[in-house]
Design a protein around this ligand. Structure first.
Ligand code: FES
Length: 142
C-alpha cells in the first residue's frame, strides 16, 4: 500500500524559483538504499496517483506506477519493481523492461518499446526526498 501524500509543512515550502507546484514528502533518502523502491501517492491534475521511487546505483528516480503497455500498476508483488538482476524495472504483468534512469521501455510487448514511464520530478533537501507533479499532463489511459 502506498503512503498517502504529505505536503511539505515548512514555511514557504512548496515553492522554489522555478516551480509553482507544491512538493510532497516521499521519504528520507537513507530509507531507499540502492536496489530498493517505495511507493507513494502524489496528486497530479486533481487525482491522487500511485507513484514509486527507486534507487538505482545511488541515483533516485520516480515514476507514475503505470505500465505503458496497458495502464495498470507495474508491481504484481507489492513494491517489487526491479527484475531479478536489478538492472531494469520490470512490469510484472507481461514483463516489459524499463531503463531505471530514463523510464524508457527497452523490451516488452509490441508497441511498448520506446515509450517512457511518466517521470516524477524529485528534489532531495536535507536528506528528505520531495516529489512534485510533473508539468506535462500524463495520459489517464492509452
Ligand atoms: S501491462 Fe505491463 S507489460 Fe503488459
Amino acid at each position: 500500500m502506498a503512503a498517502p501524500p504529505r505536503k511539505n509543512s515548512r514555511p514557504g515550502a512548496g515553492k522554489s524559483r522555478h516551480e509553482s507546484a507544491p512538493r510532497f514528502v516521499v521519504a528520507r533518502a537513507e530509507e531507499i538504499a540502492p536496489g530498493q523502491s517505495r511507493k507513494f501517492m502524489l496528486p497530479i491534475g486533481g487525482i491522487d496517483e500511485e507513484c514509486f521511487v527507486v534507487n538505482f546505483g545511488g541515483e533516485l528516480r520516480a515514476y507514475v506506477n503505470r505500465c505503458r503497455h496497458i495502464p495498470i500498476a507495474m508491481d504484481w508483488v507489492d513494491n517489487h519493481f526491479f527484475e531479478e538482476k536489478g538492472r531494469y524495472l520490470m512490469c510484472q504483468t507481461h514483463g516489459a523492461l524499463y531503463e531505471p534512469r530514463t523510464g524508457e521501455c527497452l523490451a516488452g510487448p509490441a508497441g511498448t518499446c520506446g515509450k517512457f514511464l511518466f517521470r516524477i520530478p524529485l528534489e532531495v533537501e536535507n536528506g528528505v526526498i520531495y516529489a512534485r507533479a510533473p508539468r506535462e499532463a500524463i495520459e489517464q489511459g492509452f
